[in-house]
Design a protein around this ligand. Structure first.
Ligand code: PMP
Length: 399
């Protein structure tokens, strides 16, 4: 029997219609509420923040700071621990440069995992090259989840930071963050969690997770591009040196001496992405009104349905753990994922084909690329049907 789709929000997404958009892990489509918030913020509400003495600027400043409160509440954190960034990538670069330059020395160790996105590898590689630190890589379980005991076994007294994806953008596996956080702290290391794929799918509570740094991107959370957040524990932020210099991040400036604002503004040099922050808050409001647990349950149902239907083809390899969150990577023996993507597109199905910015994971899987279908709140059973029908067409074409 058909499992009914539990969410009925598709009409709120003007960008979708009957398109089987299965590339939400790359970027989520936007609900009308977010599009409206952007239009209002650039229209009748528009003004700069933090500087104007006129009412509209004061209002916009209030809304910008209210967005910090909203995002903070969403992840179970204090507003003054939220830094607005361009996205997860910028958040990780900020930590690797500000915290990293101050805390990592030659011979120190940085612990990553085999499944990380390039944005959680390259900033650490740059830091290691600057400082002479080493990068260790935690292995995966046979089904492609982080092997937690093996990761813990790699912690050493020289390990200064562990950086892991909360949810893999390729395989969808969910990391056991509290266990890893406790072990990292026992070894004297900090833990950074890349929450890009978790934030749209899992209820977040920074205190319960136990991490030190958490990053996410607004555009994967039904919000705009160009905005994201870095959360860091207040005591860590207070001790971190400035990253970029410019307006808004200072207390006083002279040519021979600059003093810096307290966090979070210390880490937000220049005119921020005001509209992005306000619209991100609208996206968070939208997600909260539905309930992230319901979105997760909805995606999990659709994913199980897709897995079951695709498993009928014995030449098709389904990668990743069976309980993955909203994301399914697959390969078809002898067929390049780009060909799969092109043929599916002809049937109105959008998937991602490629290395998904995770080349070390591709090496581990032993493939140059995978096809990836990923679900969102607006996905429905028709999308799954179209994917399955499209894959039958792929099989027919390639024999
Ligand atoms: N980490 C993960 C797990 C991701 O899925 C992505 C986006 N694909 C990123 C980091 C980078 O996010 P952004 O490009 O929005 O900074």
């Amino acid at each position: 029997a058909r499992i009914p789709a539990a969410l009925d929000v598709r009409d709120q997404f003007p960008g979708i219609g009957d398109w089987a958009y299965l590339d939400t892990a790359a970027t989520a489509q936007k609900p009308q509420a977010v599009i409206d918030a952007i239009a209002r913020a650039y229209g009748p509400d528009y003004a700069t923040v933090h500087r104007g003495v006129y009412a509209r600027s004061a209002n916009m400043t209030e809304r910008y700071e209210a967005a910090r409160e909203t995002v903070g509440r969403f992840i179970g954190a204090r507003a003054d621990e939220i830094i607005f960034t361009r996205g997860a990538t910028e958040g990780i670069n900020l930590i690797a440069q500000s915290w990293g330059n101050a805390n990592i020395a030659a011979g120190d160790r940085i612990l990553l995992t085999q499944l990380e996105h390039h944005s959680n590898i390259v900033p650490w590689r740059l830091l290691a090259d600057r400082t002479g630190a080493h990068i260790d890589v935690a292995p995966l379980t046979p089904d492609g989840a982080i092997d937690t005991p093996a990761l813990i076994a790699l912690l050493t007294p020289r390990t200064k930071i562990v950086a892991i994806a909360h949810v893999s953008n390729v395989l969808g596996g969910i990391a056991d963050v509290p266990t890893i956080a406790a072990a990292a702290h026992a070894a004297g290391a900090k833990l950074l969690v890349d929450g890009c794929q978790a934030a749209p799918r899992l209820a977040l509570d920074m205190a319960a997770l136990g991490a030190d740094f958490y990053v996410l991107s607004g555009h994967k959370l039904y919000g705009p591009t160009g905005i994201g957040i870095l959360w860091a524990r207040a005591d860590l932020l207070a001790a971190m040196p400035p990253w970029q210099g410019g307006g808004a991040m200072i207390e006083s400036v002279a040519f021979d001496c600059v003093t810096y604002a307290a966090p979070p503004l210390r880490f937000e040099a220049g005119t921020p992405h005001i509209v992005g922050a306000v619209a991100l808050a609208a996206a968070v409001d939208w997600v909260e009104a539905i309930g992230v647990e319901r979105i997760h349950a909805h995606e999990t149902r659709l994913l199980a349905e897709a897995r079951a239907a695709l498993a009928g083809d014995n030449r098709l390899i389904l990668h990743g753990p069976a309980d993955s969150a909203g994301i399914l990577s697959f390969s078809l023996d002898g067929v390049h994922p780009h060909d799969i993507g092109t043929i599916l597109d002809e049937g109105g199905v959008a998937i991602r084909a490629g290395h998904h910015c995770a080349q070390p994971l591709m090496a581990w899987l032993g493939v140059p690329a995978t096809a990836r279908a990923s679900f969102g709140a607006y996905s429905n059973a028709d999308d799954v049907d179209k994917l399955v029908t499209g894959m039958k067409r792929v099989r027919k074409i390639f024999g």
